[in-house]
Design a protein around this ligand. Structure first.
Ligand code: PLP
Length: 456
């Protein structure tokens, strides 16, 4: 890991230069964090990252989830470099790596008979919806409150909505045609009755249902098995396409995705993030008859293209990642540490007398500050004390620990994290929560979310 300030320049100075030429100084709206405006990252290594001001943090944010093996995993880095040295990107024909990767995805993910590569998860979900409309000739898509499926228009609504916006359309951006928003029905997650009602009313016009099987873009809402089964039954009955967006759950929770865990097989699956440990790879795969509608097959109607799809270096990263996930006890390790974190944080909040629910799955954890059981619906999450949620994460920075200080964001454990990292997380969290409570909370932080409605 490189050390110290960049050249002689402090983080504050470089961040200011960034703001002069990059809107807001960052390259994704999700990286603009109130209170962290001068964060310049200079090095990553395993479970840690370093900043231009010479600080080192243990990273539980993990770039929103890709580096399941840890940052700069040596095997993935070597494979990427070797591919880079021997095989440039041609943009014609196919490479052996693409074939090997597609074969493995078809073998590992229950729904996948055929698969296409993209560079991002957003492209994968975009194409999943397009091909669903192409296959069915229908107009409507269904998404669920609290789920995020990328930046494109059809799904850019109702992620982290203010209470008064729940139940209506709550776009996360301006500039979207109203007719596009109107063609997306938003339903409450884990509410089978609402799904049955929507199909009773609109079934013959519903092209697709897209769902994060575990909505991790609001932390973690674990699905009722019966809810996923209902989605399968209703879409099958109506001739609609069921899309599992496994961009987060894929590979991280099981190498076969949540569909392997739940036994519910969608028609299409979208993948990204942990598939290549941080290299830009996404994928859309599923039933052969649907995938054969893409224009990669001459004459087929659903246009599909991308200059960088199947780039040799990122394909090599994906192959090296999958090899490690198959050959080493990665899931055993991250699940054990995840369980430790959830159990010990629960004990900590009980000792402190702080109403809290610690939930998640496997390597993902999140502390909501509210009484009661683990939340199952977006409405449950409205009880979370956002000021404490964001406030203690800001205080964690003083202890060299990084959980993203934005409301409802989940945290991740990687193969590179150790028991000592968990020990320090528990100790640091105790100190951070106590500090916020001693300050009487941090009331100015309540609305710190970057995925709220565009009009607020
Ligand atoms: C579930 C889910 N789907 C799709 C996406 C979009 O992926 P990308 O940011 O790679 O375009 C994300 C990104 O966070 C995601 O969490």
């Amino acid at each position: 890991m490189s050390s110290g300030p960049v050249g002689n320049e402090s983080g504050a100075r470089l961040a200011e230069r960034a703001r002069q030429v990059v809107p807001g100084g960052v390259n994704s709206g999700q990286r603009s964090v109130p209170g962290l405006t001068d964060l310049v990252v200079t090095g990553t290594d395993g479970a840690r990252f370093r900043t231009a001001d010479g600080r080192e943090y243990t990273d539980f944010h993990s770039a929103f989830g890709p580096p399941l093996l840890g940052h700069n995993d040596p095997d993935v880095a070597r494979a990427t470099a070797e591919a880079g040295a021997t095989l440039g990107h041609m943009g014609v024909g196919v490479t052996e790596g693409e074939v090997l990767l597609a074969e493995q995805l078809a073998e590992l993910i229950p729904s996948i008979e055929k698969v296409l590569l993209t560079s991002t998860g957003s492209e994968a979900t975009f194409h999943a919806l397009r091909v669903s409309r192409a296959a069915t000739g229908r107009r409507l898509v269904v998404k669920f409150q609290g789920c995020y499926h990328g930046w494109h228009d059809a799904v850019s609504l109702n992620v982290i909505s203010a209470p008064e916006k729940v139940g209506g359309h709550d776009p996360i951006s301006t500039g979207i045609l109203p007719e596009v928003l109107e063609a997306t029905l938003v339903l409450p997650f884990n509410d089978s009755e609402a799904v049955r009602r929507a199909f009773a009313e609109h079934g013959t016009d519903i092209a697709a249902v897209i769902v994060e099987p575990v909505p991790h873009n609001v932390g973690a809402l674990l699905p009722y098995q019966e809810f996923l089964t209902t989605l399968r039954e209703e879409t099958t009955k109506a001739g609609s396409i069921l899309i599992f967006d496994e961009v987060i759950t894929g590979f991280r929770h099981d190498i076969g995705g949540w569909q392997k865990i739940s036994g519910v097989t969608p028609d299409l699956t979208t993948l990204g993030k942990a598939i290549a440990n941080g290299a830009p790879v996404g994928a859309i795969g599923g039933r052969a008859d649907l995938m054969d509608l893409f224009s990669t097959r001459p004459g087929a109607p659903a246009f599909f293209a991308g200059t960088y799809n199947g780039h040799p270096s990122v394909v090599a990263a994906a192959l090296a990642t999958l090899r490690k996930l198959r050959e080493e006890p990665v899931h055993e390790h991250v699940f054990r540490l995840g369980e430790r974190v959830r159990t010990e944080l629960t004990g900590l909040y009980e000792r402190l007398g702080v109403p809290a629910v610690v939930t998640g799955y496997g390597s993902v954890f999140v502390s909501y500050f509210m009484p009661g059981e683990a939340p199952r619906t977006y409405a449950d999450l409205l009880n979370n004390d956002a000021s404490l949620f964001v406030g203690y994460r800001r205080k964690l920075l003083d202890h060299g620990l990084f959980e993203l200080p934005l409301n409802l964001k989940r945290s991740h454990i990687s193969y590179a994290h150790t028991d000592a990292d968990v020990d320090r997380l528990i100790e640091g969290t105790e100190a951070a929560v106590k500090a916020v409570l001693a300050d009487g909370g941090a009331r100015d932080l309540e609305n710190t979310s970057t995925m709220g409605g565009a009009t607020r």
